[in-house]
Ligand binder design. Structure first.
Ligand code: SF4
Ligand code: SF4
Length: 81
């Protein structure tokens, strides 16, 4: 399935009102999936879930960009920007 990017939310700069999109990237090719689930258990805002047997940030709007998921993933599958 490769690298997927999921829209999280739109942020607005308080200075020039420019919008900035934040994304959650998941490398499903290297994800262990159901046998791991560390990102699902670790996220304090319940962002992740399974969809078609793949990890998906179905509640990406709730992400607070704490980076816990990035640091806990054993295969370095999750990236935020
Ligand atoms: S950065 Fe934090 S809140 Fe956002 S998905 Fe990862 S663990 Fe959840
Ligand atoms: S922590 Fe990483 S390897 Fe484990 S289920 Fe989540 S994305 Fe996949």
């Amino acid at each position: 399935m490769g690298l997927k990017s999921f829209f999280k939310k739109e942020k607005k700069s308080n200075e020039n009102n420019e919008s900035k999109q934040t994304h959650i990237f998941i490398d499903n090719d290297n994800c262990i999936g159901e046998d791991c689930q560390k990102c699902i258990m670790a996220c304090p805002n319940k962002v992740f879930d399974f969809q078609d047997n793949l990890i998906c940030p179905n509640n990406a709007w709730a992400c607070k960009t704490c980076h816990i998921c990035e640091s806990i993933c054993p295969n370095d599958c999750i990236k935020l920007n």
